[in-house]
Each structure stands twice: as structure tokens, then as C-alpha cells.
Design a protein around this ligand. Sequence first.
Ligand code: 0O2
Length: 208
Amino acid sequence: MDIKEEQEFLLRVGDEKFTLPYREAIERVNKKLETINKTYSEKLGRTFISSQSSRIKTPESCLKKMIHKGYDIKEKEAQSRLNDIAGIRVICNFLDDIYRLANLLQEEEDVEIIKIKDYVKKPKASGYQSLHVIALVPIEGTEKRKVEIQIRTQAMNFWAVVEHRVIYKKEDNGKAAFEKDLKECARQIYKIDKKMLLIRKRMEQNYC
Ligand code: 0O2
């Protein structure tokens, strides 16, 4: 491990020169999401996006991921390889709204969707469910930056937040004891999400 190279990387990736374009990209997508939410909450007659939050990945977290993935510890390499330096999390109430939102994002002219990872249809081995939309977003000039938009239901978010805190980044062996139970909880959560969607659809039929 080259300590000097790593320290240099941490400084560069934490510098405003590196982070500012990502902040601009986040701001742009956030504005789009707010507009979409306003339009569709009115159109659907219910809350479309329940909440949204964003963050810039910390230099330490970038470094950890770069090492884990075996990438060169270089700022340019981080920019091209890491999808989630700029991250936005969107929470919807219902399963179908996840895909409705992903489709709406695809219709946005200046948001180029480069990858979709569907961990709802195919959850991760941990049980993690979420739809990851990776977009290339223009900022000032000809520059673009990647933004990862994680879209999930409130129930999926509850699971992911708790699991992230108690297990996801832990390396000790003890975590194996909880993995089975957490996976089962994820399965139950999917069942609940499907049931809640069914309830909403039935109510919509009754009132239309
Ligand atoms: P953090 O701390 O949340 O930022 P890629 O290069 O995109 O193919 P990557 O980034 O490993 O590879 O992709 P992946 O697996 O789609 O995961 C991206 C993010 O999804 C993670 O970022 C987590 O936020 C979330 N995630 C993935 N798997 C799990 C899981 O099992 N549990 C929980 N709670 N979250 C998960 P980071 O950088 O790993 O972490």
C-alpha cells in the first residue's frame, strides 16, 4: 500500500475542485425530481415521492471502494469508475412508483441513463432491494458527472438503513448469524410492498 499515494488521493477527492461538479450534478437532478414529484403527485392524487436526500461520497469511502475494487488510486480513475460519488436516494410509497419514476427520468432530455441495476427484481445476496439508476448529468460547459439515484420504497429503505448500520460494512464473522434473518425480513418486506400496492389499486378501483 502506497500511503503517500493514498493521502494525495484523499486530499484531491476531498477538494472542492473535485466535489463541486458533483454538487452541481446533484442539484440539477434534485430540481428535476422536485418538478416530477409536483406534477405526478397532482396527477396521481397522492404523494409520489415520499422523500429525497443526497450526499457526496466521503474521500475515505471512495478510497475504501477503490482499494476493494482493485482500481488505481487516482482521482481520474475514481471519476470514471465510481458510479456513486454523487448519490441521491428517493423514497416512494409504492412498488410501481419506483419504475414510474425510473421511466420518467429516462424521458428527461439532458439526463443520460447509462445503467440500471434492478435489485428489486433481483435482490442482492444480502436481501438488499432498490433500483439503482446511474445517470450522466451535464454540468457547466461540456463536462458531465455520474449520479447514482437509488429508488426504493419506505419499507425497503427501512431494511437497507438498519442493515447498513448493523451489518453491511462489518467484516467480523459474527454477522453471519444475522444474515439469514435479515434475508427473511427482506422477503417479508417485499410481500408487504406487494400487498400495499394491491390495497392501493383496489381502493383506486372503488373510487373511480
Ligand atoms: P455506501 O456507504 O452506501 O455509499 P459498481 O461499481 O456500481 O458496479 P457498487 O458501487 O459496489 O459497484 O454497486 P452496488 O452493489 O450496486 O452498490 C452500490 C450501493 O448500493 C452501495 O454503496 C450501498 O449504498 C447500496 N448497497 C448495495 N448492497 C447493499 C447491501 O447489501 N446492503 C445495504 N444496506 N446497501 C447496499 P457503497 O459504496 O457500498 O456504500
